[in-house]
Design a protein around this ligand. Structure first.
Ligand SMILES: NC(=O)C1=CN([C@@H]2O[C@H](COP(=O)(O)OP(=O)(O)OC[C@H]3O[C@@H](n4cnc5c(N)ncnc54)[C@H](OP(=O)(O)O)[C@@H]3O)[C@@H](O)[C@H]2O)C=CC1
Ligand SMILES: CC(=O)N[C@@H](CCC(=O)OP(=O)(O)O)C(=O)O
Length: 348
């Protein structure tokens, strides 16, 4: 059978590199072109020596017509405001696109402009975009030509809270999400806030009340329970290369034990190989999923305060970006959902 030809725009960034790593090991796909404007003409291993003798193609400049003539699917791993300039033409030429940026995630009027400070993509293209939370929308993803891959924090949070919120066991308005991310979440371009001396042996809160994932999480929660929800969401930078943890707190509406919650989640995610539910008294760590597409979720019900804590961890570059994008490509092209993704976590 012919291999699916993939193009990666933003291949010199962290999530683009992770797409290269995953697609090199995918039995149904070949990488046809890698795009990075600032590295066009250079060989991949000249820019990234760790890929020497593994993949030696050259970076291309971005040319939408050239892309469309070569590939069966395009991944965009580019900063906000870039994919929305090329995806409308690619979609019109019939090329499925999987966008790792936030350009096509927010459906509400003016929301994208407000939170991302970029112009909204054309409405007729935006309405074709399907939110790529793989475990929740597999049929929609399978039939979509434009998949808006979720943000890393929304992936960890939504996988951790949707089952219990849908069940009406908790008061959604009491939800507080305390998120922590490793540094690769901020991409390869550096800044003072990402300086080793400032991040190492430190923890810093950032974008409080202003994080662009707030409307994404609220949009999904409100849609799932058909009621407007607002959340408190606090983000922190921690001294890890990869990894993300969301600790989430909610008031219980009925008396439940930790074990009853665990049973609910085990049954909810029974047929979802990338979601692992921790037993009572064990809580997940980012190291436990590093390099893999797993999302590990643990729980604790405090019967003194009648609150529940849900802890959800992912590798931000895998389930939070490239891993989920490949999972979505698998769904879209009819491959097994796990194809190319059954990688064990790198531990220790
Ligand atoms: N890092 C993460 O954990 C996650 C990232 N995301 C999202 O995925 C996207 C990529 O993130 P990340 O990999 O961290 O970013 P990086 O900053 O590491 O990489 C960005 C890439 O985009 C390319 N690029 C920049 N401007 C343009 C342009 N005008 N045209 C074409 N290519 C361009 C860059 O190429 P060049 O080097 O040539 O400039 C580079 O390859 C972002 O939207 C991010 O928010 C989503 C979930 C998690
Ligand atoms: C550590 C860190 O800075 N992380 C970034 C994640 C950015 C991201 O993934 O942005 P989009 O999903 O909107 O594309 C942040 O919190 O803004």
């Amino acid at each position: 059978m012919e291999l699916v030809k993939a193009g990666i725009v933003g291949a010199s960034g962290y999530s683009g590199l992770e797409l290269i790593r995953l697609l090199l090991g995918h039995p149904e796909v070949e990488i046809e072109t890698i795009v990075s404007p600032s590295n066009a003409g250079f060989k991949l291993n000249e820019v990234f020596p760790h890929l020497t003798n593994i993949q030696n193609c050259e970076f291309d400049a971005l040319d939408v017509n050239d892309l469309a003539s070569k590939v069966d699917v395009v991944f965009f791993a580019t900063p906000a405001g870039i994919s929305s300039q090329s995806i409308p033409s690619l979609i019109e030429m019939g090329i499925p696109c999987i966008d790792l940026s936030g350009d096509f995630r927010l459906k509400g009027n003016g929301l994208y402009e407000e939170w991302y400070n970029h112009s909204s993509p054309p409405a007729q293209v935006l309405e074709q975009a399907v939110y790529g939370l793989s475990e929740f929308y597999p049929e929609e993803i399978a039939n979509a030509n434009l998949i808006a891959n979720p943000g890393c924090y929304p992936t960890a949070s939504l996988l951790g809270i949707l089952p219990i919120i849908q069940q009406d066991w908790v008061d959604p308005s009491s939800l507080i999400i305390d998120g922590k991310s490793g540094l690769s979440g901020a991409g390869r371009k550096t800044s003072l806030a990402a300086h080793f001396s400032e991040v190492n042996e430190n923890v810093s809160a950032y974008k409080l009340g202003k994080h662009q994932h707030i409307p994404e999480i609220e949009q999904l929660l409100s849609m799932q329970i058909e009621k407007e929800i607002q959340v408190t969401f606090a983000t922190h930078l921690i001294p890890l290369t990869r990894g993300m943890m969301c600790s989430m707190y909610m008031n219980l509406l009925t008396e439940k034990t930790t074990n009853q919650v665990i049973e609910l989640y085990q049954s909810f995610y029974e047929n979802h190989p990338f979601i692992r539910i921790m037993p009572e008294g064990k809580w997940p760590t980012p190291k436990g999923v590093a390099g893999s597409n797993y999302c590990d979720i643990g729980f604790s019900v405090d019967d003194r305060t009648n609150r529940i804590t849900v802890i959800s961890v992912i590798d931000n570059l895998m389930k939070g970006a490239a891993g989920q994008a490949v999972q979505n490509m698998n769904l879209r092209f009819g491959f097994a959902e796990t194809e190319g993704l059954m990688l064990s976590p790198v531990f220790p």
